[in-house]
Write a protein that binds this ligand. Structure first.
Ligand code: ZN
Ligand code: ZN
Length: 580
């Protein structure tokens, strides 16, 4: 029986012809997705000159019989999509009817395939001169594409350099491998292996194979569910940020997708855990009833739309925040000498565990490599342990850093970052308090504004009043501030109030209450916190340490800078060669 059905003409016309193939990576994508559809679990991609000279995809899938092998190059032949409705379902990868025919029409293609019986070789050039012969070959399919766009010079000139084409293919295979940890992928360019995964069906291991040890050992597991969505995967600790969002790997029902709202939810969840302009590595699977997903009909685009998007983004946002909050994130200053000893072998877990100094650390590493769904009990212990860290101040360096100690080792804190964190969380708590305590200003503060700014501020009068700022109109375009909340630092009241008014004006039409409160808390906490080059007494340092360990996120200032670093006893001993 032929597995490939010829697609209904009407459906075929909906698929934009020729737009499928625009670069080497799109050829790789189509061929690899065919291999996945053929149930392959080993897929090898070979490139020459980034694919400009040759693209070859070899799989161990079901293969085709002679009839299917010939049909594969017919326009609109597909084994995946049977009717119009299926196109809107994301469970299938494919819009493949068009692809192979399109690729064949602009290149030279050799297909070798075997369904377990007789092997078949099909050769075409420019989609014509079909030659078919019987050959001996293993089960599976191998497709070789050479001379891409040889007969369409206009397209040929849009191909990029070898490096760019190779990197595009690499990025695609990496994402695909993360979406399918059960499939062993490899990609070679000019005989050099660019990426190789083992198909272990272990996502963390796949992350290791793609990103390396430093990343895989700094990923936190995430798993959550609500009525419509289930999310699972790993999120990177803020210690391993990237400079762009390319590492937001999001999959819907196993398919690579892009959705701006989802990306925003991920980024927002890291608020204050990282600097702006830096992005976490995230591998997130979203499982959902396909009827809630609207796939962009354009076959090369990965954009999707969700019904009930708010349910999804809040599930993602809340749970990333929760995972970050629950995990110990004090960056450890490791002595680098060890790096050479870490073998690149995932199977042996011992190699993974960077020398330990305490049972607790061992537990953390194991928790992260443990795929039990519910490790919340471990998590709670870890978090409580941080809250109970008894840090004793030892002294101050350059009036900027605090050195502290406990039984486990030495800690270095940036005093401004630490104090800013304490004040930031204090202010956020106060502004969300039901009861506001205010102070009357000795001399009411009057602020003159332009008439549009004046209107803008008056519109926010109620919001400001709920925070404890009592504002009155005072003549032409002038406001009078009579009361302010008690949390404003003494002697900084005027400066802070003016900065808060400026902040509202700056936000203008984009005013959003939550964003405003967050920005205000960041700004005021920075102003009121101890600066660098300020002397602190031991008592003041102790107070700061005690306040910091009580914070929800003690590890960063509100702008994402680190506030505390740890040198464990073991690291110190290693540095001074007390242990070898
Ligand atoms: Zn600051
Ligand atoms: Zn800061």
């Amino acid at each position: 029986m032929s597995k490939i059905k010829v697609m209904d003409e009407l459906l075929a016309n909906k698929i934009a012809a020729g737009e499928v193939v625009e670069k080497c990576a799109s050829v790789v994508k189509e061929l690899v997705e065919n291999a996945i559809d053929a149930k392959a679990d080993i897929i090898k991609v070979y490139l020459e000159d980034g694919g400009l000279s040759l693209i070859k995809v070899v799989d161990n899938g079901t293969g085709m019989d002679k009839e299917d092998a010939k049909l594969a190059f017919m326009r609109h032949a597909t084994s995946k999509i049977y009717n119009d409705n299926d196109l809107f379902f994301i469970e299938t990868l494919g819009f493949r009817g068009e692809a192979l025919a399109s690729i064949a029409s602009v290149s030279e293609v050799t297909l070798e395939t075997c369904d377990g019986n007789v092997g078949t070789q099909v050769y075409l050039k420019g989609g014509k001169d079909l030659r078919v012969q019987e050959i001996g070959t293993n089960q599976g399919t191998s497709i070789t594409v050479t001379n891409l766009f040889y007969n369409t010079p206009a397209r040929l000139k849009y191909l990029k350099s070898e490096t760019t084409e190779a990197n595009n293919c690499l990025q695609y295979i990496e994402k695909l491998a993360l979406s399918k940890p059960n499939i062993a992928f490899s990609l070679e360019n000019n005989g050099k292996v660019m990426v190789k995964t083992s198909g272990s069906n272990n996502l963390l291991k796949t992350i290791h194979e793609i990103y390396g040890l430093n990343v895989s050992s700094n990923m936190l597991e995430i798993k959550a569910i609500n009525n419509d969505f289930a999310i699972s995967g790993f999120i990177g600790k803020p210690s391993i940020l990237k400079k762009n969002r390319n590492h937001f790997n999001t999959f819907v029902n196993g398919r690579i997708v892009k959705n701006n709202e989802v990306n925003r939810a991920i980024n927002d969840a890291y608020n204050t855990y990282k600097h702006e302009g830096f992005y976490p590595i995230v591998v997130l699977n979203i499982d959902v009833d396909p009827t809630l997903v609207d796939v962009n009909i354009h076959p090369t685009k990965q954009d999707v739309k969700f019904s009930k998007i708010d349910m999804l983004t809040s599930l993602i946002y809340q749970n990333i925040k929760k995972v970050l909050y629950q995990n110990l994130l004090v960056p450890k200053a490791y002595y680098d000498d060890e790096k050479t000893q870490i073998k690149d072998n995932f199977i042996d877990m011992q190699d993974f565990v960077i020398p330990q100094n305490s049972e607790e650390e061992k537990e953390i590493v194991q928790t992260e490599f443990n795929f039990n769904a519910d490790n919340s009990s471990n998590v709670v212990i870890k978090n409580r342990e941080f809250k109970n860290l008894k840090l004793r101040p030892v002294g101050q360096v350059h009036g900027t850093y605090i050195i502290a100690e406990n039984e486990d080792g030495m800690f270095i804190l940036d005093q401004h970052a630490a104090h800013e964190r304490v004040n930031y969380e204090m202010i956020l708590k106060k502004v969300h308090d039901f009861q506001v305590s205010t102070t009357q200003m000795l001399i009411p503060l009057n602020i003159e504004l332009t008439s549009s700014d004046y209107q803008n501020i008056l519109e926010k009068k109620d919001i400001l009043a709920s925070l404890g700022f009592k504002i009155e109109e005072f003549g032409l375009n002038t406001i009078l501030v009579k009361e302010h909340p008690t949390w404003l630092k003494t002697n900084q009241e005027e400066e802070s109030i003016k900065a808060i008014i400026d902040l509202i004006i700056e936000m203008g039409k984009n005013f959003n209450k939550d964003k405003f409160l967050d920005s205000m808390a960041k700004m005021v906490s920075c102003k009121m916190s101890v600066k660098a080059n300020e002397h602190l007494s031991l008592d003041e340092m102790e107070q700061l340490l005690n306040d910091l360990v009580k914070c929800d996120n003690p590890y960063n200032c509100c702008h994402g800078r680190p506030s505390i670093m740890q040198y464990s006893n073991y690291e110190l001993e290693k540095m001074f060669k007390r242990v070898m």
